[in-house]
Design a protein around this ligand. Structure first.
Ligand code: BGC
Length: 376
């Protein structure tokens, strides 16, 4: 494909997604002037800051965006921060010192970047929050992400329909988990799921034997797993199983906000003697990591919410093209993401559910993963 054709394909995809989201979310597609300074950026020098290499998705996100940008002639510095906030700050500082005019940041802790972004603004850099919102600063221009509330809602609705909760079925034993307390997304994931599930907890159709059932969405951090770490979710699940299921009762469903937590939860269930089959609990996830897709095929995980990170990269690439050309930047949500200082103009993409039945059609046929990666 020629680069012009590729760019028009990308733009067409972006517009199509924007229109779809407009229809679904009731938001309107709007535009905003390029950069808070309003000035065109003459050269394309981009700093990309990603949280960690320990999760497959961030490797794909970073490498994919870098390849696209370099293909368009940009200078790109891509850094991973080992999930350490200080490291991320100093990496961004170096990118700013190296003359980055556009920063793409998937923050580890969205609340600690104000000083370094203020530095970036002194040289008129444009800042794009990638996947995770950056909080408490004026110095973030755009946000590109998947619809985070929708991710949780899809998990909650999956549980609701699989268990027949709307038809009055139950009671079922539920163990809910939430993501890292420092990640702004985790709150949205939990709220999306809990808005569906809490009424069933209140009606008694879902019972939480461990008692770890937040009374409201705002209490989600009480069940948050720091750093999204698999070993921590495993230890937490071990504790719940050994303390609250000693009488032989069984877990029927686990709300896991993402795949890395699901890995730990599944390992814990396995060591407690649970094996895939009729009595195995429903377990949710997010990201379509290869190990989890394999678990879905093996019956050890029920679903994952797939966020095609290639489309997120393409959307950010489109944003950068517009910024570099001094053109309007397309966004499709100007209401949802208030970072405490401003509502950040956002472009939200649509996540989707993947189960055993559509691993082939959605993930493999689209080239997101290879059949051989998941033992097919
Ligand atoms: C991302 C998820 C990811 C999680 C852990 C979240 O902010 O949106 O896709 O699973 O971080 O890295």
């Amino acid at each position: 494909m020629t680069s012009t054709k590729r760019l028009s394909t990308i733009l067409a995809t972006g517009v199509a997604v924007a229109l779809t989201l407009t229809a679904c979310a009731g938001t309107s597609t709007t535009t905003d002037s390029a950069g808070s300074s309003g000035k065109a950026i003459a050269d394309c020098n981009v700093g990309i800051s990603m949280p960690t290499r320990s999760l497959e998705r961030w490797i794909n996100d970073g490498e994919g965006l870098k390849t696209q940008l370099e293909g368009a002639g940009c200078t790109v510095d891509l850094q991973y921060a080992d999930n350490k906030t200080d490291q991320q700050i100093s990496q961004i500082q170096n990118q700013v010192a190296g003359g980055a005019k556009i920063l793409v940041v998937a923050s580890i802790d969205g609340k600690v970047l104000s000083p370094v972004l203020a530095e970036a603004k002194k040289q008129d850099a444009t800042v794009i929050a990638y996947d995770r919102l950056i909080n408490g600063t004026e110095d973030v221009d755009y946000y590109a992400t998947f619809d985070n509330y929708k991710v949780g809602q899809l998990q909650g609705q999956f549980i609701e329909s699989q268990l027949g909760l709307a038809d009055g079925k139950g009671p079922f034993n539920l163990e809910p988990f939430a993501g890292s307390p420092d990640d702004n997304n985790a709150k949205f994931f939990f709220s999306g799921a809990w808005d569906v599930l809490l009424p069933y907890v209140e009606s008694g159709q879902l019972v939480v034997p461990s008692g770890k059932a937040p009374k409201s969405n705002d209490d989600w951090t009480t069940i948050g797993i720091q750093g999204w770490a698999s070993d921590k979710s495993q230890a937490e699940m071990d504790n719940r199983l050994s303390s609250f299921y000693r009488d032989g009762s069984k877990v029927n469903v686990v709300l896991s906000p993402n795949d890395s937590l699901a890995v730990g939860i599944e390992a814990s269930l396995k060591s407690a003697g649970y094996t895939p089959g009729a009595d195995y609990p429903l377990i949710t996830g997010q990201d379509a990591d290869k190990a989890n897709v394999k678990a879905i095929l093996d019956g050890a995980q029920s679903m994952t919410v797939w966020k095609d990170t290639r489309t997120l990269g393409e959307q950010v690439f489109t944003m950068i093209k517009s910024i570099a050309a001094g053109e309007k930047v397309e966004v499709n949500d100007t209401k949802t993401y208030d970072n405490g200082k401003k509502v950040v103009p956002s472009f939200l993409l649509a996540p989707e559910v993947v189960t055993k039945d559509d691993v082939q059609t959605k993930l493999i046929d689209s080239g997101f993963i290879k059949a051989s990666d998941v033992g097919l």
